[in-house]
Design a protein around this ligand. Structure first.
Ligand code: IDP
Ligand code: MG
Length: 134
């Protein structure tokens, strides 16, 4: 079934000039870029997006990092888009992410791991509305 997901190239991915290669990977995987915006994440958006992590030891650093510079916010669609994007991203920790995945190839450390992608259809719906409105 065709579905939508939210994905975002994080500040390190933009700063290290990986935008083009990441978008190419999505398109080569048959996914469609539906919406795209280069801008900063507001504090409010960051807090809403990462609500599930509030109180964890890395939370404050995560919010500071994700709001630190421009990101590329995207809505991507396609067959199984949520899991396809998660597969292309690779494991959360770049040190454990397989070669050939976005985090495996472009990431260095857990704190700055290149890309975000919704983890379920429900998260996707919520996150699309946080970043692009209803
Ligand atoms: P995900 O991005 O692969 O879905 P989550 O567990 O949802 O991973 O964590 C959200 C983000 O929080 C991660 O992408 C990473 O930037 C950061 N993060 C998660 N766990 C840690 C940690 O143990 N140390 C530092 N940062 C972390
Ligand atoms: Mg997550």
């Amino acid at each position: 079934m065709i579905e939508k997901t939210y994905t975002m190239i994080k500040p390190d991915g933009v700063a290290n000039k990986h935008i083009g290669q990441i978008i190419s990977r999505f398109e080569n995987a048959g996914l469609t870029i539906e919406r795209m915006e280069l801008s900063k994440v507001t504090k409010k958006q960051a807090v809403a997006n990462y609500a599930e992590h509030k109180g964890k030891p890395f939370y404050d650093k995560l919010i500071a990092y994700v709001t630190s510079g421009p990101v590329v916010k995207m809505v991507v669609s396609g067959e199984g888009a949520v899991s396809k994007v998660r597969q292309l991203m690779g494991a959360t920790n770049p040190k454990e992410a397989a070669p050939g995945t976005i985090r495996g190839d472009f990431g260095l450390v857990m704190d700055e791991n290149v890309i975000h992608g919704s983890d379920s259809k429900e998260s996707a719906k919520r996150e699309i509305s946080i970043f692009f409105g209803k």
